[in-house]
Ligand binder design. Structure first.
Ligand SMILES: Nc1ncnc2c1ncn2[C@@H]1O[C@H](COP(=O)(O)OP(=O)(O)OP(=O)(O)O)[C@@H](O)[C@H]1O
Ligand SMILES: [Mg+2]
Length: 309
């Protein structure tokens, strides 16, 4: 089973998901500036607020009250995601605002989620940037897993590093569980292994794979290894204040590879910029940020790198 959206047809957009578990690490700020730069590079970009329950991206773009939101798509007021895209002050940048009606979207039915995911590939854009909410609910993980580029944003604090690791670990288990949905005994084993204190003493994905291999599931293990190896993460360390803090992403990279068997790329760091904080609290659009800001420049480098992949 291929989990990512099929984009063999060249006109379908590349989906970039920005996740990372910990609230306040800067996912929304990063997604917004990233989408801005992709648009400036000339890529037709849609920034989508997938924080189902805590939508705030429109504010970061200086849009006070969006006249269309995801809710209008979910409730079928509009039939295509294209119909709920809002123009922004940037030429190539459009926004799909999150739902203002929190209750109906915070826990969408599975069928609504699948519909949303398949409609993403129909958007008339080069890139769709998904700003995911905090935490590791299935909603967040499923959107993360369908993306072609899976980016996690963390800060140098130990709790953020730990949360980033837990986020990736949960994403891997979510994927394994879905891959094994036709094999109840394997799915049960994966569920047991997910508990960090499980009786089988399986502590890592590496150990889980060894266990599966030894229990004569030789044909499935190759598929699982390949699917998990295909996840490939991009890691961004945000709010970096000094050289020492630059290593945070590298730490996640090492543990993700060692314990979760996931390859990753350290996409780089974004400097702490006090102006961002003021702009967010004063509701000034982030696109007005002084272009000489280090943070702005750092995200430009990352957008440029990704747009050339
Ligand atoms: N590079 C940065 N420098 C300084 N402050 C930053 C930077 N990035 C983000 N911030 C600040 O951190 C706060 C949280 O950022 P943001 O809302 O993007 O986090 P988030 O990960 O999207 O949070 P949530 O999980 O709640 O959606 C923002 O209000 C902003 O002020
Ligand atoms: Mg956010």
């Amino acid at each position: 089973m291929k989990e990512e959206l099929n984009t063999e047809n060249k006109s379908t957009p590349k989906i970039l998901a920005i996740g990372g578990g910990k609230g306040g690490a800067g996912k929304s700020v990063f997604s917004t500036i990233m989408a801005f730069w992709l648009a400036r590079i000339g890529k037709r970009t849609v920034l989508m607020d997938v924080d189902l329950g805590g939508a705030n991206l429109h504010t970061l773009l200086g849009i006070k009250s969006p006249d269309r939101t995801l809710n209008d798509f979910i409730t079928r007021r509009f039939g295509e995601l294209e119909d709920i895209c809002i123009d922004t002050s940037e030429k190539n940048l459009r926004l799909i605002s999150g739902a203002s009606d929190v209750l109906s979207l915070a826990n969408p039915h599975f069928s609504q989620k699948i519909k949303l995911m398949t409609h993403l590939s129909r958007l008339d854009a080069d890139y769709v940037v998904l700003d995911l909410g905090a935490g590791t609910s299935f909603n967040v993980l499923d959107f993360f897993l369908i993306a072609h580029k899976k980016i996690i944003v963390l800060t140098p604090e130990p709790t953020s590093i730990q949360n980033a690791y837990i986020f990736v670990r949960n994403a891997v288990y979510r994927k394994l569980s879905r891959l094994s949905n036709k094999n109840p005994s394997l799915q049960a084993l994966i569920k047991i292994a997910m508990d960090p204190k499980n009786v089988l003493k399986i502590r890592t994905i590496k150990e889980l794979f060894q266990f599966i291999e030894e229990s004569n599931e030789k044909n499935i293990i190759e598929i699982l290894r390949k699917e998990i190896g295909d996840i490939h993460l991009g890691i961004v360390t945000n709010m970096v204040k000094n050289e020492k803090e630059e290593n945070a992403g590298r730490i996640v990279q090492i543990v993700a590879e060692k314990y979760l068997t996931i390859p990753s790329t350290d996409l780089g760091c974004v400097s702490f910029d006090k102006h961002i904080r003021t702009m967010v609290s004063d509701m000034i659009p982030l696109t007005n940020l002084d272009k000489s800001s280090h943070a702005f420049g750092n995200i430009y480098e990352i957008a440029n790198k990704l747009s050339r992949d």
